[in-house]
Design a protein around this ligand. Structure first.
Ligand code: URP
Ligand code: ZN
Ligand code: ZN
Length: 470
């Protein structure tokens, strides 16, 4: 078994910052201390660097069939890009086929990932119909390590569930120890607004945002928490929260002592409605749901992160190409030229999350170094049942470690990124900080800008029950 001694770095966890060496033995962290001198260990110099737990992105969509096409990153290209950015685990979403057993989707997504993923991965399950049989299967999935379920309050006829179905699923997770992750937008209202806009020949990408106003997210978020309260005060986790109105609801329920949790994503912290006003069809790059909001929401979200009303930053990585033909891709965003409602919803981000949050958060003085780790690695691991195996630097934990160079700068660009998509939403943005060396279960998989891991080395992570804190 390979032994690696990481010397001279500064360890940063959610709670501590200190100088120490780290001995990695095989796949695990074996020792942490000053002046370690183990026999026969390879040395990795971390002088001037932070030694952090690898990032954990609990919201990705590799190879997701959606909007008439399929997300352009698969588990190989997407997880390789994640590794370059300092992320060493993802939790992706399997999708139940209508009227089909959850088991079928589980098998399908494991097949997509196996032999391809280069970092470890877990799965959530998107539940599209809530029959008694499906409810029983949810219990089995929790035992199999797929302990969270995404439900939708939007996309009528595709994903949307009614309140009764949502309530049943919430009650069930209250009993089986799983967690409901909610896409909270009022799909009925959105549908009416979209039809009206199209009837008025309002077809440009910006109408995607204008037909999904922040109030539809605020309403759905409040309703979701109310349903969770009626289901017995069960925990509920809101995904991709974008709007101050939704954050207000999270705060309201948390202040009442209810187990209310939410993630936001870098796009809602660094991009805004103004991006939809870019010339021509370029606004399509930012068509995602919920959409980007007017700039003032960003300050509210940063406050939410600092005060722990938002506990996680994930990416909702779901890339679609702007132009047909890139890497052999069919028409994707262009499907919606002349009709915004046909633009596939989603944007890339799995590679840029850690750097954006370091630069905009830590260097920008909005969060501390430790809070950066808590939001991007430790709390995601806890809420998604992977802690302490993942999400920290500790003896016995998986040696998923990143040597983070705080002095390096990088310019985010489609020319240099590793995601399989022909644009970068942050094109040209200069950020401080870079993942210099990335270890996954003790193996160096990225070093000096090169990928050194093997395709398919990533393993399925059987997740436990969420560890929830207020
Ligand atoms: O626009 C988005 N968010 N696409 C991915 C699917 C989802 O709702 O998370
Ligand atoms: Zn969603
Ligand atoms: Zn998503």
């Amino acid at each position: 078994m390979t032994r690696t001694l990481i010397t001279g770095g500064t360890i940063v966890t959610a709670s501590d910052t200190y100088k120490a060496d780290v001995l990695v033995d095989g796949e695990k962290v074996a020792m942490i201390g000053k002046g370690l001198k183990p026999d026969g260990a390879k040395k990795l110099d971390a002088g001037g660097m932070y030694v952090i737990p690898g990032g954990i992105d609990v919201h990705t969509h590799m190879e997701l069939p959606f909007g008439g096409t399929t997300a352009s990153d698969d588990f190989e290209t997407g997880t390789r890009a994640a590794a370059f950015g300092g992320t060493t685990s993802i939790v992706d979403f399997a999708v139940q086929g209508f009227g089909e057993p959850l088991r079928k989707a589980q098998d399908l997504w494991l097949k997509k990932a196996q032999g391809k993923a280069v970092i470890d991965y877990g799965l959530h399950m998107i539940v599209r119909d809530v029959s008694d049989k499906v409810l029983r299967e949810m219990d089995t999935l929790v035992r199999d390590g797929i302990s969270s379920f995404k439900l939708f309050m939007a996309y009528p006829g595709v994903f949307m569930l009614d309140d009764g179905a949502i309530f049943k699923a919430l009650v069930r997770t209250g009993e089986n120890g799983g967690l409901i992750c909610m896409h909270a937008e009022n799909g009925g209202v959105i549908d009416v607004l979209v039809k009206k806009a199209l009837a008025e020949k309002k077809t440009a990408p910006k109408w995607h945002a204008l037909t999904r106003p922040p109030e539809v997210e605020g309403e759905a978020t409040g309703r979701a928490f109310k349903l969770a309260e009626m289901a017995g005060g069960v925990p509920l986790y809101i995904v991709h929260l974008s709007a101050a109105q939704a954050l207000e609801q999270v705060r309201l329920f948390r202040d009442r002592g209810l187990p209310a949790y939410a993630e936001t994503c870098p796009q809602y912290l660094f991009l805004s409605y103004d991006n939809y006003e870019e010339p021509g069809f370029d606004g399509a790059k930012y068509v995602m749901s919920p959409p980007l909001r007017p700039k003032w929401h960003q300050d509210e979200l940063w406050k939410g992160l600092a005060r722990n009303d938002l506990q996680v930053v994930s990416t909702d990585h779901c890339p679609f190409c702007m132009k047909e033909g890139f890497a052999g891709m069919p028409k994707q965003k262009e499907l919606g030229k002349g009709d915004f409602s046909k633009i596939p919803n989603g944007a890339p981000g799995v590679e840029t999350r850690m750097a954006l949050m370091y630069d905009g958060g830590v260097v920008g003085g909005r969060i501390t170094l430790n809070r950066w780790i808590e939001l991007t690695s430790t709390t995601p691991a806890k809420i998604m049942g992977m802690f302490p195996r993942k999400g920290t630097v500790a003896v016995g934990s998986d040696a998923d470690l990143v040597l983070w160079d705080p002095k390096a700068t990088q310019v985010l660009s489609a020319k240099t990124h590793h995601m399989r998509v022909d644009y970068n939403p942050y094109e040209g943005r200069k950020v401080r900080g870079r993942a210099s060396v990335v270890l996954s279960r003790g193996e160096v998989i990225v070093q000096d800008g090169k990928f050194l891991g093997k395709t398919g080395r990533g393993r399925f992570v059987k997740r436990g029950a969420p560890v929830l804190q207020t």
